[in-house]
Design a protein around this ligand. Sequence first.
Ligand code: PAN
Ligand code: ZN
Length: 191
Amino acid sequence: MTAYLPPFTHLVNLQDGTIPTAPLVQQRRLSDMRGLYADPAAEYALMAANPLIYEVYEAAQNPKEAGHLLYSTTVIRPGKVGDEYFMTKGHYHARGECAELYYGLLGEGYLLLQTPEGEVNLQRIVPGAAAYVPPYWGHRTINTGAESFVFLAVYPADAGYDYKTIAERGFASILVERDGAPVLVPNPRYG
Ligand code: PAN
Ligand code: ZN
């Protein structure tokens, strides 16, 4: 007999992007992201303070099986490491064929995407923006604003995470501040 999962609802706090009833909250500090920012000296200088960069509020702990969805909000704090804006680690999906939807809730930033061959694409995310992450594109989000940048993500429960490829190679481009505005430049550490 089919075991029916009971329907459920979580409220996203639209003042700060948190999900107070989320069963899982992940915190990522600078120390959790060693080597991901392009400027090692700036990273070292900031490591004493070890700032909180982002939090993920995972609303669902559904079975990690095809057919189910997971959803979460991500709250990225404002700030920079050197001239590179605070961002998520970024990943490919372990099951590369799994797509994802991002929906902007608060603040402003960008979704940086990359194919396995290193082609990059940049999507601006503001409240109300519904951005599609197609299959096989690696993805990272970046806060270019002065306030927290918050978005909702919805993805197949069996998508999984490949962080290793990004940790080893990085993204081909990085988003840095030049004359007060975000500019996409080649990543000197890409390889
Ligand atoms: C998102 C991300 C979230 C945090 O829910 O997992 O924004 O980014 P990192 O996982 O790269 O640290 C998502 O894309 N899930 O698939
Ligand atoms: Zn993802």
